[in-house]
Ligand binder design. Structure first.
Ligand code: THU
Length: 160
């Protein structure tokens, strides 16, 4: 039996089309990107996370001379939040990334597979969708309604 999976997402040509809180997250993620430690890839990523209590926390990618020891912006932010505010639900995650050289900017950068899996863990834990936004430096934004939308057949604790 053939089955299909469909996801829907929203695409914005400009962050001006976003709601105020979304714009704020976009700006915070962009700001956090400025502090990324990415001397090896020169690819700078910032992430802003809105908690249910209204607080916003940020992260950015942290690279290492031993390459695999580094960490993406999304996981840097998520692990900080889970370590320090373990009882707070996560509402929205906004990711902004791109190379230092603006002319090399491509489409909005989606979270890598490992970050999707890590974010999925918290979405499952809180049993409430996390809205995800990702953007490039040309102000183009994509919005998806849940982490699981980007991770069909996700693996989580219910299988253990
Ligand atoms: N990176 C992120 O921080 N988030 C993503 O979603 C994609 C990739 C980082 C990892 C590495 O420091 C650099 O971007 C290049 O892969």
């Amino acid at each position: 039996m053939k089955k299909d999976i469909q996801i829907s997402y929203e695409q914005y040509q400009s962050s001006n089309e976003l709601a105020e809180i979304e714009k704020e997250l976009y700006l915070k993620a962009k700001e956090a990107r400025e502090n990324a430690y990415a001397p090896y890839s020169q690819f700078f990523v910032g992430c802003a996370v809105l908690l249910e209590n209204g607080d916003i926390h940020v992260g950015n990618n942290q690279e290492n001379a031993a390459y695999p020891s580094g960490l993406c912006a999304e996981r840097t932010a998520m692990f900080w939040i889970s370590a320090n505010f373990p009882d707070e639900n996560i509402e929205k995650v906004f990711v902004v990334g791109g190379p230092k050289e603006l002319s090399l900017t491509r489409a909005p950068i989606p979270p890598c597979g490992a970050c999707r899996q890590s974010m999925m863990e918290y979405e499952s834990k809180q049993n409430k969708n996390i809205t995800l936004y990702f953007a490039n430096l040309n102000d183009e934004v994509i919005k998806v309604n849940a982490i699981k939308d980007l991770l069909p057949f996700y693996f989580d604790g219910t299988f253990l």
